[in-house]
Design a protein around this ligand. Structure first.
Ligand SMILES: *Cc1c(COP(=O)(O)O)cnc(C)c1O
Length: 290
């Protein structure tokens, strides 16, 4: 059901030098509301929810979550009710930001919970209680990452992508997207993940999700943590958008490209490396900042 609404994604060459070739795969163009990697992550989950006969989708996220925005639209379009459990009870009394206002317009019912309770969102007890409150609901974890999401993300790389590139780069949040890329990669390709979060827990998370070893996640370009920025990052994004006329956002894709450009400058990649960077979308989040 999802493939019918996908728009063509293109490639754009960012660098074509004797020593390095860098292309960008524009998953941000796949759909105006189910953007980038979220399209692949939701695809098999919604099919499964339909097969089970569930009429409601429940998921989790922060106030800026691309996953919340994408799920709200997908639920609306494919005829599900949706409930978004949002981190931060103080938000209940505030004017909704762009992400939450859009989700709400698409019919998502928002439930705000405090940060303490939000931490329990993967606990079996918490999930069982939620399921008993909403027996007709299909529950999707935060960021959309589960085995069906990984299955969908295996479809990001085409056969040509497996043939044409030595390195595949992506932004990492919960690790579902990079796991799909790793699982579908050719054994002599390397997958390099740029973490949006501080710390090396994502490396251990992904180690549990795949047996392959041709990958690495670095957090050197997370600028101090999730949704944190630096003057250098903002300057880079402004340079990039002016140079290539391609929009980025500062939470994921901006950090990834900031990292790729810096690593190229530091001659991290061996000569003649052909790199494919994945533009995973997420541009709806820019409008919260305007
Ligand atoms: C959600 C998101 C990611 C992170 O994907 P994970 O599968 O959670 O690692 C990367 N980029 C963008 C733009 C996103 O919205």
């Amino acid at each position: 059901m999802f493939n019918a609404i996908a728009q063509a994604v293109g490639y754009q060459t960012l660098m074509d030098q004797p020593d390095i070739h860098l292309d960008l795969k524009r998953l941000d163009l796949i759909h105006p509301h189910i953007s980038g990697n979220k399209f692949y992550k939701l695809k098999y989950n919604l099919q499964h929810a339909k097969q089970l006969g569930q009429d409601t989708l429940i998921t989790f996220g922060g106030a800026f979550s691309n996953h919340i925005a994408a799920t709200a639209y997908a639920a609306h379009y494919f005829g599900f009710n949706s409930i978004g459990i949002i981190r931060g009870e103080e938000l209940a009394d505030q004017r909704l930001n762009h992400t939450l206002a859009t989700a709400s317009q698409f019919g998502m019912q928002l439930e705000f919970i405090n940060r303490q309770d939000y931490r329990n969102k993967e606990q079996p007890d918490f999930l069982a209680e939620l399921q008993s409150r909403f027996p007709n609901a299909y529950i999707i974890p935060e960021g959309g990452t589960n085995s069906l999401a990984i299955q969908g993300c295996k479809e990001i790389l085409s056969e040509q992508d497996r043939q044409n590139y030595d390195v595949i780069c992506c932004a990492v949040g919960t690790g579902g997207t990079i796991t799909g890329l790793i699982e579908s990669s050719h054994f002599n390709q390397n997958i390099l993940g740029f973490s949006a979060l501080k710390g090396d827990f994502l490396t251990s998370d992904v180690t549990h999700l795949t047996a392959k070893k041709n990958w690495k996640i670095i957090d050197e370009y997370c600028c101090g943590g999730y949704a944190k920025t630096s003057a250098q990052l903002i300057e880079f994004i402004q340079f990039f958008e002016k140079q290539y006329q391609i929009p980025l956002e500062p939470i994921y894709t901006g950090k990834m490209l900031f990292g790729i450009f810096d690593l190229i400058e530091k001659a991290y990649f061996p000569p003649h490396t052909r790199i494919l960077a994945i533009h995973s979308g997420g541009l709806q989040g820019r409008q919260n900042l305007l």
